[in-house]
Write a protein that binds this ligand. Structure first.
Ligand SMILES: Cc1cc2nc3c(=O)[nH]c(=O)nc-3n(C[C@H](O)[C@H](O)[C@H](O)COP(=O)(O)OP(=O)(O)OC[C@H]3O[C@@H](n4cnc5c(N)ncnc54)[C@H](O)[C@@H]3O)c2cc1C
Length: 473
């Protein structure tokens, strides 16, 4: 087998995929690896920079379930850079209507797997966790006892430190902020130019820039920045103890009304195919023709994490937000840099929806102030599969992103597959799963777990750091 370890490798982006790649390159014996980012780990712009993320292996696709089982071995190991970070507390995955098919598909896939999931009724949930006093009547849920969470910001720092100890070079700040690709005389990419003007060249370049990938290459709709909105409630010490044993909850959707109303329109009763049509772009490409929505939608969905050691209870909206209207590239959704826009916060409509969801689950916390809110951007693909692939036009340029709101748990092992891809020996099945699809729509059979149409920042209010929103749409 060819030995590539004498080659120089430049990894652009020190988030989940970039740090994991640098770490695995170092394990494989590469001696000339440089990792650059605008921010040092935990990068303020990285999707993984958060107080916690779910680590679980309940997937409807067997490839991700296997990958997650492999990752779980690292998370639960008593040795290695991530030792001690994983907290196994179990999780509830729930759907009230449209995403029930996803629950069933996941059950079928996981019923014989490691840490098998089981159906759990609303009565059983409330018997086991009496703090959930809300109305769970229509919940169809799975219980995964093996799942847990990890403090994702700390995990990024730990793995980056391990890569550094193994000899990976780091550059951050203006020198590490890539502003354009550099091409050789044949027009092939052989490096990047940074904001300071510094030039980084290498034999191979791996772009792991997440939701800001489009700033460097034209992804032609292959990757789109999507945010999930996060809000924190500060609990008292007594409350921290009271809610400390709750599991994580991911409630994909609950439609209160037969309308799937974004942009003020009334839609017929929502169907998976309609939502797939939205998600596949048929609707959101025309978003500038829609009148702005100025209300919260009567549909609930959310994620809950139990309080951390500081008593911060995190909730998260699973309805995606795009950044097309305010994007520097017309109609292309690019993640907004927290470094550039530190005052960004969660739109008021989504705060209202999150409160409505908390009321369904933990009514006594529904009116508590949010002490922090944040839009957290990730690179999403239309089929939620990652994109780990050679660039279609540049032989030495590789793309490693498309976490699609579920990529963090693979921090310990995704880099191994990225290095395989760069070395041209990725398993053919994974190669096809993570291939560049030139923006094509996913097959209609895809089961979407978050079926509601995404909304654009251009149709939401109050996210702009308290500044009046500009004239929209
Ligand atoms: C709210 C939210 C909750 C999530 N929850 C979970 C969960 O519970 N479990 C789970 O498994 N996954 C979860 N995810 C998904 C997961 O966090 C992401 O899929 C994953 O972190 C993506 O990694 P990445 O490396 O592609 O991108 P990122 O982690 O975003 O990293 C991109 C990096 O590139 C850098 N960069 C960008 N442009 C440049 C440039 N031009 N030059 C230099 N550097 C640059 C950025 O500064 C950043 O550090 C969640 C995501 C969000 C948004």
């Amino acid at each position: 087998m060819a030995d590539y370890t004498s080659q120089s490798i430049l990894v652009v982006g020190a988030g989940t995929f970039g740090i994991s790649t640098a770490y695995h390159l170092s394990l494989r014996g590469y001696k000339k690896v440089t990792l650059i980012d605008r921010f040092s780990p935990p990068s303020t712009d990285a999707a993984g920079t958060d107080i916690n993320k779910t680590i679980r292996f309940d997937y409807d696709k067997p490839q991700y379930a296997h990958l997650a089982e492999e990752a779980m071995e690292f998370w639960t190991s008593n040795s290695g850079p991530l030792a001690g970070l994983f907290h196994r507390i179990g999780w509830i995955m729930a759907a009230s209507d449209h995403a029930k098919a996803f629950i069933d598909a996941t059950y079928q896939n996981r019923k014989n797997g490691k840490g098998a999931v089981e159906y759990i009724s609303p009565e059983e949930i409330q018997a086991r966790f009496p703090e959930f006093k809300g109305n769970l009547k229509n919940w169809k849920s799975l219980w995964g006892s093996e799942a847990g969470w990890a403090p994702s910001d700390q995990a990024l720092v730990r793995l980056a430190a391990a890569a550094s100890i193994n000899g990976v070079n780091f550059t951050f700040g203006k020198n590490g902020h890539a502003v354009r690709l550099l091409n050789d005389t044949k027009g092939n990419c052989d490096g990047v130019v940074s904001q300071s003007g510094a030039v980084h060249t290498a034999d191979k370049i791996i772009l792991a820039c997440g939701p800001q990938t489009e700033n460097l290459i034209d992804t032609k709709s292959e990757i789109s920045a999507k945010a999930m909105c996060v809000a924190m409630i500060q609990l008292t010490e007594i409350e921290r103890e009271k809610y400390g044993n709750l599991p994580m909850v991911d409630h994909f959707e609950m439609g209160k009304s037969p309308t799937c109303s974004s942009s003020g329109h009334k839609f017929p009763p929502i169907s998976t195919s309609l939502c797939l049509q939205w998600l596949s772009g048929a609707a959101h490409r025309n978003i500038s023709h829609s009148p702005p929505s100025r209300h919260a939608d009567p549909i609930f969905h959310g994620m809950l994490f139990p309080p951390d050691q500081h008593g911060l209870l995190k909730v998260c909206s699973c309805r995606y937000v795009t950044n097309r209207h305010h994007s520097p590239i017309q109609q292309v959704s690019i993640g907004r840099s927290h470094g550039e826009f530190p005052d960004d916060r969660v739109p008021t409509q989504i705060q209202t929806e999150l409160r409505a969801w908390i009321r369904e689950l933990l009514p006594e916390l529904a009116d508590r102030p949010f002490c922090q809110t944040r839009m957290c951007w990730d690179a999403a693909t239309k089929d939620s599969n990652f994109r780990l692939t050679p660039h279609p036009a540049h032989p030495n340029l590789f793309i490693a992103t498309g976490g699609s709101l579920h990529g963090f748990k693979f921090l310990p092992n995704i880099g191994k597959y990225i290095v395989d891809m760069v070395e041209g020996r990725l398993d053919p099945e994974l190669q096809s799963l993570w291939a560049w699809r030139f923006g094509s729509d996913p097959p209609a059979s895809t089961v979407e777990r978050h079926p509601f149409p995404e909304r654009d920042l251009g149709e939401l209010d109050g996210w702009n750091g308290g500044k009046p929103d500009r004239a929209l749409l």
